[in-house]
Every structure is written in C-alpha cells, then in structure tokens.
Design a protein around this ligand. Structure first.
Ligand code: F6P
Length: 325
C-alpha cells in the first residue's frame, strides 16, 4: 500500500537550510502524487494537531531563507504518554501515514518512541548547526554557521590587531567541537579549545607566550561552548591569573550562528536529503536517518546516528599548531 499523505516538521535548534529541506520534501512528495501536511512547532504541533496542507506554491521563495517556516519548539507534553496518545489521534485524524523529522538527536529519539508506540514510520533528516550526528559528514546548517563565525571573527581580528589584544571567542556546538575546529583553522586561531580534547590552561598560556615571542601582537582563541575548561569567559579569567601580558577581551557569538541565509552547500544538502527522505519513506522504510557521506546520499539507522559518537577529523589537529606559529 503506497502512502498518500505524509507530514513534515522541524525540531530542536533551527538551522539555515531547513527551509530548503522542507521545500524539497514538499515538492518531491507532490511529484510522486503524495500530499504533505506541514506540522508547526515540532512535537508540540504534533500534540496540538497544528497542521497545514502544503502545496508547491507554499514553499516558493523559502530556499534562500534562514530559520524554518514550520518553526520549532521543545514539547513537554510529548514527553508524556498522554501527550503522545493525543499526537497519535491527531495524526490519524489528519490521515498522515508517515513523518519526516528534520532535526537533531533529540528529535530522532522522540520520533523513534512515537514509531515504537504507534507504528507511524519516520525518516530523520540531520538538521542542526552542531554537525554532531553519526552517519553524515555534514548536518544541515553547519556550513552556514561556520561561515557566520568566520565572518564575525575576521572582524574581531581587525580590532584585535589594532589594539594588540587577545580575544577569546566562544562558538556553539553544544558538546561537539566541529564548529570550533573548522572555524578555528579558517580564521587562523592561535588555539582552539574543544570538548573532545582536555584543555590545559598552562599549555594554553605557554602557547600564547610563544606567540608573543614570535612577535604576534594580537591573538585569537576559539572556545567551543562545551569545552571542559568552561566557556570563553571562564577560560579568559583562568588565563589572566597566569598571564596578563595581553589586554584581553571576550566575545560570545551566541545565536547569530543559527541565523542567516543558507550557503550553497546547505541549500544543496537540504534539497538532496529532503528528496531522499521522501523516497525512503515511500519505499516503506523507517527508523533511518538520511545523510551525506563522501558526497553521496546514504541511509543510517537512527539508533546508530544517535548512539554512535562522530569523532572529530583528527587529521585537522596538526594544522592548529603548525599554522599558528
Ligand atoms: O543544537 C543547536 C544549538 O545551537 C547548540 O549549538 C546550542 O548549544 C543550543 O542549540 C542552544 O539552544 P537554545 O536555542 O535552546 O538556547
């Protein structure tokens, strides 16, 4: 029995490229003569039955927009069995036969429980700036977030150089260091502090002293928000206790990393994964996450995507010291 109606929603932290993915899901489904219901505000919308039919024109002119037209929200009610029962009744009443969940590991966990309890099949699409999901080289939003960080830190480097200052810049990523590692290399940071590696303040101070010896009048340290040494403010205070040669400042980039027009990479990634998610769902599959590996679209079990840790690309580590002498 082929599906005739599916639902799509975005969940967790929004990410640039989610709208490209929504557009691709809607148009791929309609191309295959399957109706699409947009579900507003993630699992909250599922519980409340906050659905809207989406046709091809409803997703015109969203490819280039950041954020998500379906919005996102955390849902306390969906965490309860009563809430999930209500969601199931709303889904059935709307005739929705399968779901596409664009989000991160927490979103996939919710969809997996819903499938286990009520048999509604779902396909996960990795949509988060953190790039922390196993089974895909890139998550939707990561590239754009990195570009946003690089653009901001390039500006910080201008003023750091003008005032001989040391800047600690905190980036997002939750407990993953992907954004920090890639952007730290892209901006030529003197040091990059990652949740995946132990931060030693004395090592950091020695590195900054070395930079000073190499006549560096200003320095940038990228701090992943999940770093074991604390956030940028805490790290800066610890460094200052051991070394106060520099006039120091701290910038926390925060949620600007979540917004902005999606990059080409994120638009194409969102389009490719949205397209495959519909095909996989119509092919009778469930509990899988579509991803991009070696530039090809792949399927990974949701269990693996959630439970297996995606290691940082350690081949980048030697660049940190070599390129910052
Ligand atoms: O997961 C995406 C993310 O931006 C993380 O990098 C960040 O730690 C978190 O969301 C912030 O969550 P909120 O938007 O709820 O403050």
């Amino acid at each position: 029995m082929t599906m005739k109606k599916i639902g799509v929603f975005t969940s967790g932290g929004d990410a640039p490229g989610m709208n490209a993915c929504i557009r691709s899901v809607v148009r791929t489904a309609l191309f295959h003569e399957v109706e699409v219901m947009g579900i507003y505000e993630g699992f909250n919308g599922l519980v409340e039955g906050d659905f809207i039919p989406l046709n091809s024109r409803d997703v015109s002119n969203i490819l280039q927009r950041g954020g998500t037209i379906l919005r996102s929200a955390r849902s306390e009610s969906f965490r309860t069995s009563e809430g999930r029962q209500q969601a199931f009744e709303k889904v059935k009443a709307a005739g929705i036969e399968g779901l596409i969940v664009i989000g991160g590991d927490g979103s996939f966990t919710g969809a997996e429980i819903f499938h286990r309890e009520f048999g509604i099949p779902y396909i996960g699409v990795p949509g988060t700036i953190d790039n922390d999901l196993f089974g895909t080289d890139l998550t939707i939003g990561f590239d754009t977030a990195c570009n946003t960080v690089v653009e901001a830190v390039d500006k910080i480097k201008d003023t750091a150089a003008s005032h001989n200052r040391l800047f600690f810049v905190e980036v997002m990523g939750r407990d993953s260091g992907y954004i920090a590692l890639n952007t730290g290399i892209a901006v030529g940071a003197e040091e990059i502090l990652l949740p995946e590696t132990v931060t030693d303040i004395h090592d950091l101070v020695n590195k900054l002293k070395e930079s000073r010896k190499h006549k560096k009048n200003s320095s940038i340290v990228i701090v992943a928000e999940g770093d074991d040494g604390g956030g940028a403010l805490e790290i800066a205070q610890k460094v200052k206790q051991h070394y106060n040669e520099y006039d120091t400042r701290v910038t926390i980039l925060g949620h600007l990393q979540r917004g902005g027009k999606p990059s080409t990479i994120d638009r194409v990634l969102g389009s490719r994964l949205g397209h495959q998610a519909v095909l996989s769902l119509l092919d009778g599959k469930s509990d899988i996450m579509v991803g991009l590996q070696n530039w090809e679209v792949t399927e990974t079990s949701v269990q693996d995507s959630i439970q297996r840790k995606k290691p940082l690309r350690s081949s980048l580590f030697p660049l940190i010291d070599a390129l910052s002498i």
